[in-house]
Unconditional design. Structure first.
Lengths: 358, 281, 293
């Protein structure tokens, strides 16, 4: 097995369109790395460059200690699971999994052993003789995974493998993929636009936007300390509230005249300068006697069962508060929110970068 | 819709039945004629129910031929069959290869190659008949199967059909094959051909009928009786003086000439319709 | 429109294209260009020498009353066959579209004449309408008409139109039926709720929605009558009597073979090519609009 290293990798399409703008990234051996971002952020292109399906315009891609820029996909020792599964429709499930091994001249009994093994792990043994069209979406998904497993590659690549499944199946397969990756210990790179998938699957989370990396870290690092406003609003649901504010002094900002204390704030910001104040809907409490409070006008309430979402305005800006059901009376029109200084995120309105301690 | 459904259904049934009868009538007459002797037909009062001469007419047509054509019809049918299969197979072979090249490879002259082939769609052989004849003659291919077949497969229909089909195959299938270690030949053999089987079969059906029914081209380049196709043979049986035409043999031959392509259409209707609709000619 | 994933190879694509290109060049481009070249040459009677005469062959052609006659014949022939076969096919297709049960059976029973060779179709019809022994010629004669397609040009043309129509109905039927079945039933139901009678529904809803198919079929039918009917004409009338059923395509054949006038025949070929290219261009514009990648 092997890690994957990207060094200032670029993809420039005809007409000078730069889809990937110099990405550097190290993925440790055996880890599960998820590339997440909105569509068009370059995450799939990056994955396809690692697979060898797209040429690399500039920079280098290493798998293990080998530079693979000029290596054919078949020789990179990778396996890939596609969004639409890309199963060979005319081949049985068994042949779908065996095809790559046969092309490599693997002995017949070895092929059979590996396919049976993979089928057992994925619980698709009863379907080995069937054609893909006779399978359900979830079963096809498993076959696609099986095709990757039997090859015993150094790296698994996943290109939005769950997006064609219904919501319930998606949750189930997500868990299975995680379990499988743990069991096999193969380096995995997984592309998705779904932040829940990204958070739950990854050891290493890479948030991308506009062909560049916004932030790399563990899921909890990315959630707790988003480095840019983009990451702050992209990770987490409902997204982080962003309010226009002003610097009052060290550790103090104000929103619409209401002063908030902040733990994580850069030193030396000139008082009176504009700043963006980020608060997660789940991080503010109704009532309380904290020294930092915000007044909110409630417009309507969304019921989610266990929790409720209060939609309204704080200092003229849209604001959402998430609270356990019953904690706040549903007909409340005005709320006083108390804010823990440790839960306030600050961003530069110009650069959108985090203004936390250095 | 409920309005007067019964009345309209009866009308539809009636119209369709009339249509089917009118369409079938000429062929019914031919089948009838193949069951009578010459005299019954010539006197102009052929009954509308079959006679008892089929056992005479069919063996005679098949194995000794008419007075005018001289060649046994079975031999003509073999020629027709070789030509039809040759055209169908030849066209499928050259066009699946060229469509593979045009769709799955990037090379400098790709567009040019596509247009060079595409233009042939516009000009059927009828408009370039004599120069083609001359070239085939110069190549010494008169009265040969090669001469019969080659000029008729120089057309773009197959290439376009395969190109259209290849375009519908998801890109990921090629990518998965690449990752599975398949090169162009393996991809072609293991994935493209198996996936194209229905298209290949549909094209075969259409081209077989097209080849079997050829008239002008075989008329020009076959001079030997032994190279005659059945469609040409039957025409020779009736162009001579009326008195010499053996109508019972001519119509027997006509029935024999219709049997293979009609069977193909009836029993491979699904493929036939697919081929017809997708080649759009 | 291109594939995202491709193979890259220097030689392989050319090798794959080679068979088709070779055949196309030898049996298509070479003859087609020779036809163009020959149309500017005048050969002597023995075909021993030829000289370049520019547009002389074309000038000669357009000076011939027979050429105009062939043009008129072609137009009359194509229009009659197109109108007749399209309307019969449309009538049958609308009826078959109504009949949900047994629809496939009707289809089979109506499409098989497509498989009959044009020349054979001609033979069938000439047998049926043969002046002395034709089963259907007798009732016509009984009505006092001196039916004889061998001698009467109008009768000959009628017979040609009938046999060509007979053969073309199946093709048109198939496409009309497919077109009808592609019309969403909800549209027709909406029209019924809006109070349109069945006949009115046909003319105001179904027929307009069917117009792309109709247009496509008109072009295809014209091309069909131009070329594929050669076998019918040669079998039924041989262009006669007295050239009254000689179409443009038949004239190319007759002038080249029987008359030995290769230059004139080539000039006619070139004019035909131009007509076909124009027709195909029209058809292609339609297909392009329909099949948008």
């Amino acid at each position: 097995m092997a890690g994957v290293t990207l060094d200032t990798v670029r993809k420039i399409y005809a007409g000078n369109v730069e889809a990937v703008k110099g990405v550097s990234l190290g993925i440790e051996d055996g880890s599960f790395c998820v590339l997440v971002g909105p569509s068009g952020c370059g995450k799939s292109t990056l994955l396809r460059m690692i697979a060898g399906l797209e040429t690399i315009s500039d920079g280098t891609v290493n798998i293990g200690d080998r530079v693979v820029n000029e290596v054919e996909p078949a020789d990179r020792d990778i396996a890939m699971v596609f969004q639409n599964y890309a199963l060979y429709p005319h081949m049985s499930v068994y042949d779908n999994m065996a095809y790559g091994l046969r092309n490599r001249g693997t002995p017949k009994d070895e092929i059979e052993k590996r396919v049976k093994e993979a089928a057992r792990i994925l619980a698709i043994e009863p379907f080995l003789a069937r054609k893909p069209r006779a399978l359900s979406g979830g079963q096809r998904q498993r076959v696609a995974m099986g095709r990757a497993i039997v090859r015993k590659p150094q790296v698994f690549l996943f290109d939005e493998p769950l997006s064609n499944l219904d919501a319930k199946l998606r949750v189930q397969m997500r868990v299975e993929i995680k379990r499988l990756q743990r069991a096999l210990g193969v380096t995995s790179i997984y592309v998705t636009h779904d932040q829940v998938e990204a958070m739950t699957l990854s050891d290493k989370l890479v948030v991308m936007s506009g062909g560049q990396i916004e932030q790399v870290g563990t899921p909890s690092e990315v959630y707790r300390r988003p480095e840019t406003r983009f990451v702050a609003t992209f990770i987490g649901s409902p997204p982080m509230n962003i309010l226009p504010g002003k610097v009052e002094g060290p550790g103090r900002v104000s929103v619409g005249g209401q002063v908030l204390n902040v733990t994580d704030m850069r030193d030396g910001l000139p008082p009176g300068s504009a700043i963006e104040v980020g608060l997660r809907p789940e991080d503010v409490q109704a009532g309380g006697s904290s020294s930092s409070t915000l007044a909110m006008n409630v417009d309507f309430v969304e019921e989610l069962g266990a929790t409720q979402l209060f939609h309204g305005k704080v200092a003229g800006a849209e604001f959402i508060v998430q609270a356990s059901t019953g904690q706040i009376a549903a007909d409340t029109r005005k709320l006083t929110l108390s804010v823990d200084p440790g839960n306030v995120h600050l961003f530069d309105p110009e650069t959108t970068k985090r203004l936390g301690r250095v | 819709m409920v309005e007067s459904r019964r009345y309209r259904n009866i009308l539809a049934y009636f119209t369709l039945t009339v249509g089917i009868v009118v369409v079938a009538f000429p062929v019914y007459l031919a089948i009838l004629a193949s069951t009578f002797d010459a005299a019954t037909i010539i006197n102009g009062n052929m009954p509308l129910l079959p006679g008892d001469q089929a056992g005479v007419n069919y063996p005679r047509a098949l194995f000794s031929g008419g007075r005018m054509a001289r060649e046994p019809v079975s031999m003509m049918m073999v020629n027709s069959f070789i030509m039809a299969v040759g055209i169908a197979v030849g066209k499928i072979l050259i066009s699946i290869l060229s469509a593979f090249a045009v769709v799955y490879f990037s090379f400098p002259l790709r567009k040019t190659a596509f247009w060079v082939i595409f233009i042939t769609l516009m000009l059927p052989i009828e408009v370039r008949i004599y120069p083609t004849y001359k070239i085939v003659a110069d190549l010494g291919l008169l009265d040969t199967y090669t001469g019969l077949i080659m000029p008729l497969i120089a057309s773009a229909t197959g290439t376009l059909l395969f190109r259209q089909f290849f375009m519908t195959i998801p890109d990921e299938l090629l990518e998965a094959s690449k990752i599975d270690g398949a090169g162009p030949f393996r991809f072609f053999k293991d994935t493209l051909i198996p996936l194209s089987m229905t298209t290949i079969a549909a094209l075969f059906v259409i081209q077989f009928i097209y080849g079997w029914n050829q008239y002008l081209w075989p008329l020009l380049i076959t001079t030997k009786g032994s190279m005659q196709t059945i469609v040409i043979g039957i025409k020779k049986m009736i162009t001579t003086q009326d008195a010499l035409t053996e109508w019972q043999i001519a119509m027997t031959t006509a029935v024999l000439a219709m049997v293979p392509p009609v069977l193909v259409v009836v029993f491979m209707q699904r493929l036939f319709v697919k081929g017809l609709v997708e080649t759009e000619k | 429109m291109e594939k995202r994933a491709l193979f890259s190879s220097k030689i392989l694509p050319y090798a794959l294209l080679l068979p088709q290109l070779v055949i196309t060049i030898i049996f298509f481009y070479l003859p087609a260009s020779q036809a163009i070249w020959q149309s500017f040459l005048l050969e002597d009677a023995f075909g021993l020498s030829s000289e370049f005469v520019g547009f002389e062959n074309y000038r000669h052609l357009f000076g011939q009353p027979e050429y105009y006659k062939a043009m008129v014949t072609t137009v009359v022939f194509s229009t009659s066959v197109a109108i007749l076969s399209l309307s019969c096919a449309l009538l049958l297709a609308t009826q078959a579209d109504k009949q949900l049960r047994g629809g496939e059976g009707y289809k089979t029973l109506l499409i098989w004449p497509y498989a009959v060779a044009p020349a054979i179709a001609g033979v069938l019809w000439i047998f049926m309408f043969h002046p002395t022994l034709g089963t259907l010629a007798r009732p016509i004669k009984a009505m006092g008409i001196d039916w004889n397609p061998m001698l009467n040009g109008k009768h000959a043309m009628t017979l040609l139109v009938l046999s060509a129509t007979w053969k073309q109905i199946s093709y048109n039927f198939l496409f009309f039926l497919a077109g009808l079945q592609a019309i969403p039933k909800s549209v027709i139901e909406a029209a019924a709720i809006d109070g349109a009678s069945p006949l009115r529904r046909f003319w105001t809803i179904i027929f307009p929605l069917l117009s792309p198919t109709t247009f496509f079929l008109i072009v295809v039918n014209i091309v069909y009558v131009f070329f594929d009917t050669f076998g019918i004409i040669d079998a039924v009338t041989g262009g006669g009597p007295a050239g009254q059923t000689t179409t443009l395509v038949y004239k190319v054949y007759a002038d080249g073979r029987l008359g030995g006038d290769l230059g004139g025949s080539a000039a006619q070929s070139v004019i035909l090519m131009i007509i076909v290219i124009a027709l195909t261009a029209v058809q292609f514009r339609y297909i392009e609009r329909k099949v948008q990648y």
